[in-house]
Write a protein that binds this ligand. Structure first.
Ligand SMILES: [Zn+2]
Length: 466
């Protein structure tokens, strides 16, 4: 990777300025001239060591996965708070949040017919249990909600399996979130889905379901892609499939957790804030290294690095590691509520929650005027390939959605997520899936954007005043 030298950047700017159109606006020239050197030194420092990776390894190996309500999540939060204080970050604190507490318990799926064999499964987060003896029933496999509607008369008393190939996450996730209640509505006893995964070595992938309060709550689990496809093939051959599903999942009373918060207080406008973060909770499988240990550590390291470099911007930089993104979103809402009186001064909320893979740029939700500023900031990293800015019509990440809905400009780091859904929400989400150099580039991407936006003379212009 060629590092951007400020002279190179200036030479490039001169070339750009000479070409018409487009011409550099005064704003563009100012950002490049004012922050090119800082961006270079941040990028060099972030990519010059493996501290982020070492820290992520310490986090996920020591505490493992971190589901809301679990002792491991709270122990991880305690450790992070202590480390942040040692780093010299300011106003380090855990802000209280009550979170749902779902506990998986023992679970299994056993094929009874056409032959006896265990199926690889993971219960869906939030699922109810089966009776102790399990649910044994014939399986009806469908590929879509439409097919379920067409075959509704066949579903009563069965286990409905949605076997839909992965296309994109948001489209296919609907089978996980809405499939269980759709199956219950036509009389199914339980629901299975093909794991929401873009590749598989027979590992099931969990995730949250969403029960519709108007129908019965039935147990629901994800099968590995391979097992779902096999059951579908049996059905296509006219063979009767019978499965026994056993799940002991329980929902316990809500439990106390915390959003992790730490700051680098602004030197001129401490009440104006740039938020950057990830979510510290994870599913109860794997290590939550990708989702979202990597994003959390990238944001934390970004601010630690700026602190170490002595780069204190005009406005406050606030790291927020939200709790309970995966099965409730309570952390994002609690942050909004706890900071309601400050939100008019929130200049930007940035999250990394697509895996700390190689960053390509940023996804931005906000006004056209703000987007043009953000593009110029991103251009500071043009020579290292992190300068893309995609516009998003809505909030690009879950934890910042409550802020974006109130007018705060929102941003997510845009990464090469081509491997993300291979491991997402599965036992495969472990440290080895993250590349130290890519994680370091994520740190740089967050640090440069957060620092410059926090230091610009004026705030990012909002769509509407709030
Ligand atoms: Zn996530």
């Amino acid at each position: 990777m060629t590092l951007p030298g400020s002279s190179r950047t200036l030479a490039l700017l001169a070339v750009l300025a000479a070409a018409a159109p487009p011409r550099l606006t005064a704003q563009q020239a100012t950002i490049a001239a004012a922050y090119g050197k800082a961006a270079d030194s941040i990028y060099r420092a972030a990519t010059g060591d493996s501290l982020a990776y070492l820290r992520l390894g310490r986090l996920v190996d020591t505490f493992g996965h971190r589901l809301s309500g679990s002792p491991s999540l709270e122990a991880a939060i305690d450790w992070i708070l202590a480390e942040m204080s040692t780093d010299g970050l300011e106003n380090v604190r855990g802000e209280p949040v009550m979170v749902p507490r779902w506990v998986r318990g023992p679970e299994s799926a056993q094929m009874i017919r056409p032959r006896s064999a265990p199926l690889r499964m993971l219960g869906l987060g939030g699922s109810v249990a089966t009776p102790k003896s399990g649910i044994t029933a014939p399986v009806l496999v469908v590929s879509s909600f439409d097919e379920l509607a067409q075959r509704a008369a066949e579903a009563k008393g069965k286990i409905v399996l949605f076997d839909a190939p992965f296309t994109d996450y948001v489209a296919i996730r609907r089978f996980r979130t809405d499939g269980p209640s759709a199956a219950a509505r036509v009389g199914a006893l339980a629901c299975l889905i093909r794991s929401v995964a873009s590749a598989s070595i027979r590992s099931p992938h969990t995730g949250a379901l969403r029960y519709d309060s108007t129908v019965a709550r039935i147990p629901a689990a994800a099968l590995s892609v391979e097992d779902a496809m096999m059951l579908h093939r049996f059905q296509n051959r006219g063979e009767r499939v019978i499965v026994t599903l056993r799940m002991a999942a329980r929902t316990l009373p809500d439990a106390p957790s915390r959003n992790v918060v730490a700051e680098l207080v602004g030197r001129e406008k401490p009440d104006e804030v740039v938020v950057l973060g990830g979510h510290i909770d994870s599913w109860d499988v794997g290590q939550g290294a990708m989702d979202d240990g990597g994003g959390s550590v990238a944001a934390w390291e970004a601010v630690r690095l700026l602190h170490r470099l002595g780069l204190r911007p005009r406005r406050t930089l606030r790291v927020v590691l939200w709790t309970n993104e995966e099965n409730g979103g309570a952390g994002g809402r609690a942050y909004r509520d706890a900071h309601a009186s400050e939100l008019a001064g929130h200049v930007l909320a940035m999250e990394s929650d697509n895996g700390a893979f190689n960053p390509k740029g940023y996804t931005f939700a906000g006004s056209d005027a703000a987007a043009s500023v953000v593009k110029e900031v991103a251009a500071l990293l043009d020579s290292v390939g992190i300068s893309g800015v995609e516009r998003a019509p809505e909030s690009p990440a879950a934890d910042i959605t409550p802020l974006v809905e109130l007018g705060v400009p929102g941003m997510e780091i845009d990464v090469d997520a081509s491997r993300y859904f291979w491991y997402h929400h599965s036992d495969g989400d472990t440290l080895d899936k993250i590349d130290p150099a890519e994680l370091a580039r994520c740190v740089a991407a967050m640090a440069v954007m957060a620092y410059v936006v926090a230091d610009l003379p004026g705030p990012l212009p909002r769509k509407t005043a709030s």
